[in-house]
Ligand binder design. Structure first.
Ligand code: COD
Length: 300
């Protein structure tokens, strides 16, 4: 099975166990709107950690009925983030969500050696995009956490992502390792890594997926383009997961899809003790809601 739309996430989590979601610095309107919606849909039970007055003001101004929701009062953003991470560390939450806190502050708390959420695995960012010009949902990784992953990191990033896709119902997702070109060029490290990853996949060193690369973006997502260039590939034109060479390429693709192509997006950090909803502050309430659904599916 493959996801045709991000609406399919609702079907995947429907009727599943209600997950405890801890929000770090919850005094953020879009985050609260998404949390309240997911709570009403019985996907999550929220615990809002943050400035209680601001949380109550936001809920009053936007008619969010949060009667019965637990609020843990901590007005300082960094302290609230630490507290939220520690609560999840103490098994008080199944999912962590970023509220009104900067990404790097949250990531540093998550990586804290004493009370963070490390598991010994590499943490990586995983995003799903629904865009009108592609016939199915496409996953993209890593556009927000690992700055310049080496080969070993890329293997871990693929494994995290494939594990998540399998929880969503995929079998043998097709992974395109992106480069600027589809030929191996010894001066372009991304193409060398791509060739190695493909061979490791052929030799069963990376399992549960079909990897091909290097592929340039056009032949990864367009069969016509791939045919035009004479590329024979099981993945070209039918990619489920795009592996980015680094955060710059990934982040620009993410923002281009959202701002130019009006893509719908859901995103999560994988590899930690629990899934982490980490959307950017400019993301819509819909993106935050879809990310909560994705995290609920990933926490199964
Ligand atoms: N997974 C597991 N452990 C990690 C990871 C990871 N992805 N990254 C770092 N660690 C561990 C290291 O092994 C080390 O033990 C410790 O954490 C600190 O490592 P540093 O010194 O490399 O990490 P930091 O604290 O300087 O930076 C880690 C960040 C995740 C904050 C950094 O990689 C970063 O800023 N990433 C980009 C975040 C960002 O700005 N995204 C926004 C895009 S919208």
């Amino acid at each position: 099975m493959v996801l045709k739309s991000l609406n399919d996430l609702r079907t995947i989590v429907a009727g599943g166990p209600v997950k405890k979601l801890v929000v770090a610095a919850a005094q953020d309107q879009h985050s609260m709107g998404a949390v309240v919606k997911a709570w009403k849909d019985k996907v999550i039970e929220p615990i809002l950690v943050g400035d209680k007055d601001s949380i109550l003001n936001i809920s009053g101004e936007n008619n969010y009925d949060i009667t019965g929701v637990s609020i843990v009062h901590e007005p300082d953003i960094e302290m609230a983030t630490q507290l939220a991470v520690k609560m999840v560390n103490n098994h008080q939450g199944d999912i962590l969500m970023k509220g009104k806190v900067g990404t790097s502050t949250l990531l540093k708390c998550i990586l804290n050696k004493e009370w963070g959420l490390r598991t010994g695995k590499l943490l990586s960012h995983f995003a799903l995009f629904e865009v009108d010009t592609y016939p199915k949902v496409i996953a993209v990784t890593d556009v927000a956490m690992n700055i310049s992953p080496n080969l070993q990191d890329k293997i871990a990033i693929i494994n995290n992502s494939v594990g998540c896709l399998m929880k969503l119902g995929y079998q043998m997702p097709k992974v395109a390792v992106l480069g600027a070109v589809e030929m191996v060029n010894e001066n372009m490290e991304a193409t060398l890594d791509a060739a190695l990853l493909s061979k490791m996949n052929q030799r069963d060193q990376i399992r549960n997926c079909i990897i091909d690369g290097p592929l340039a973006f056009d032949n990864a997502v367009s069969l016509e383009s791939a045919k035009h260039k004479g590329i024979r590939s099981e993945v070209a034109g039918d990619t489920d997961l795009l592996l980015m060479p680094d955060i710059e390429v990934g982040n620009v693709l993410y923002k281009s899809l959202v701002f130019f192509a009006k893509a719908r997006v859901a995103a999560v950090i994988l590899g930690a003790r629990v899934p982490i909803v980490l959307t950017s502050r400019s993301d819509s309430e819909q993106a935050k809601f879809d990310s909560i659904l994705l995290s609920a599916a990933a926490s199964r």
